[in-house]
Design a binder for this molecule. Structure first.
Ligand code: ADP
Length: 413
């Protein structure tokens, strides 16, 4: 560089600097090119992953643009609908794909189709519809979720639907509904039958009993000892049958009753039960006590009957020692747990469940009288109130019968 030619040396410096800048720019360009390539490869990779996810899904995915053109269908969507994406406006979709309402005959209105609603900016969850699949195998039930697709500015650019085959669930629900309806009908018929049968049996039984008594009184002197004993048997059995029929009637009344649940003072119903058991309690020399009891949501007459059956059993099933029965309760909101505890003969653990079934008795009538229906009535009453009844006991150590029923709101814990 010659100090006597400053212009030239400036120009050389400038060229150098320009070259340096070009080199730097080229380097930067190359770097950004490499980064672009990496990004493109990563995008391709992501697309491939997404494609294989979509291909392997059993749920169908369908995407439409804002004008209702179907842009994407995964294989499951085509499989479920029995037809791939069609080039037709949404108004034709119900007819072409066979979309129907739950009655399977009314065409599904196009503007209520989940994908169409998504294109209009709505989100749809669990919309069920029936697809008759005109061109494919038999129809099926779909549950569809849809969401709008938006661009960075928030404008809706299309919609996506996820289709799930729920045919099995719908068929199971329909079968369950049918079976429940059949059971309800046959149950009502049975209850009616039990009611009519037990009700109509009472009258002839009453006649047998009163003529039997009459014959026993009037014919006392004329009947030989053998005939008198036969008559006694007839009357005794007729009385037993009458008790059985009365119990059956009580059981079927619980089933057919239309009585309504009300706020019910359990203490009062327990006292009423005790009043109607006075003869039995006196005869057995029993002591029956009770704690303060909560208010329960119950049918008063049925709650009284429940106490009556449980207390009567507590008084009845003892050997020797005078029976002692105590009624208590615990508040465990939202339920009240009532316990009837006795100090009688107790129950073998193997019998604790069985005794609530109809006609199940762990003792012969010779040991203790009864029909084996009392606890079945108790269970039916408790279950009708949405509660549970069970027994706790071991032989020789008394028994505790507990039942739950809803507490009346406001009962403190
Ligand atoms: P029933 O009293 O007419 O026999 P239940 O249905 O009331 O019919 O009772 C069924 C059976 O359960 C009784 O026969 C008896 O064997 C047993 N059982 C019920 N309550 C008690 C009790 N408190 N202690 C012992 N055994 C009981």
């Amino acid at each position: 560089m010659s100090p006597d030619n400053p212009d030239k040396s400036d120009a050389v410096a400038e060229v150098r600097s320009l070259r340096e800048r070009v080199r730097l720019l080229e380097e930067r360009l190359a770097a950004s090119d490499r980064s672009m390539q990496a990004q493109t490869e990563s995008l391709h990779q992501k697309t491939r992953i997404l494609e294989s996810i979509l291909d392997s899904m059993s749920d169908g995915i369908a995407v439409a643009d804002a004008r209702g053109h179907l842009r994407m269908f995964n294989p499951a969507a085509a499989d479920l609908l029995g037809l791939g994406p069609i080039d037709a406006p949404p108004g034709e979709w119900p007819q072409r794909y066979g979309f129907h309402e739950a009655d399977k005959v009314t065409p599904f209105p196009p503007d209520r189709l989940p994908l169409v609603r998504a294109i209009h900016g709505e989100s749809v969850d669990d919309q069920e519809l029936y697809v008759s699949r005109p061109g494919g195998p038999e129809g099926l039930w779909l549950s569809i979720n849809s969401r709008p697709i938006r661009d960075a500015a928030g404008e809706v650019t299309g919609g996506v639907s996820v289709l799930r085959d729920v045919s099995r669930r719908v068929a199971a629900e329909a079968a369950l509904e049918r079976r429940t309806a059949e059971l309800l009908r046959s149950n009502t018929e049975l209850e009616q039958f039990a009611y009519v049968a037990s009700h109509d049996l009472q009258e002839p039984l009453r006649l047998i009993l009163s003529y039997g008594d009459l014959l026993a009184k009037r014919g006392r002197d004329r009947l030989d000892p053998g005939a008198a004993r036969f008559l006694e048997e007839i009357v005794g059995n007729a009385r037993r049958m009458s008790d059985l029929v009365a119990d059956l009637l009580a059981l079927s009344r619980v089933g057919t009753s239309t009585a309504v649940v009300e706020a019910c003072d359990a203490g009062l119903q327990c006292d009423r039960a005790l009043a109607s058991l006075r003869d039995l309690i006196e005869r057995e020399g029993a002591t029956v006590t009770r704690d303060e009891l909560p208010r329960l949501a119950a049918v008063p007459g049925q709650l009284q009957q429940l106490f009556q059956n449980l207390i009567a059993n507590g008084v009845k099933f003892h050997d020797g020692a005078a029976p002692v029965v105590h009624v208590s309760a615990e508040r465990r909101p939202p339920l009240g747990v009532v316990s009837v505890r006795d100090q009688g003969i107790g129950i073998d653990p193997a019998g604790l469940e069985k005794i609530f079934a109809m006609f199940t008795r762990l003792h012969t009538r010779g040991e203790f009288p009864g029909s084996g229906i009392g606890l079945a009535i108790c269970r039916r009453i408790v279950e009708r109130h949405g509660g549970r009844i069970w027994a706790e006991s071991s032989p020789g150590r008394g028994a505790i019968f507990r039942f739950t029923m809803p507490l009346v709101e406001g009962e403190a814990a």
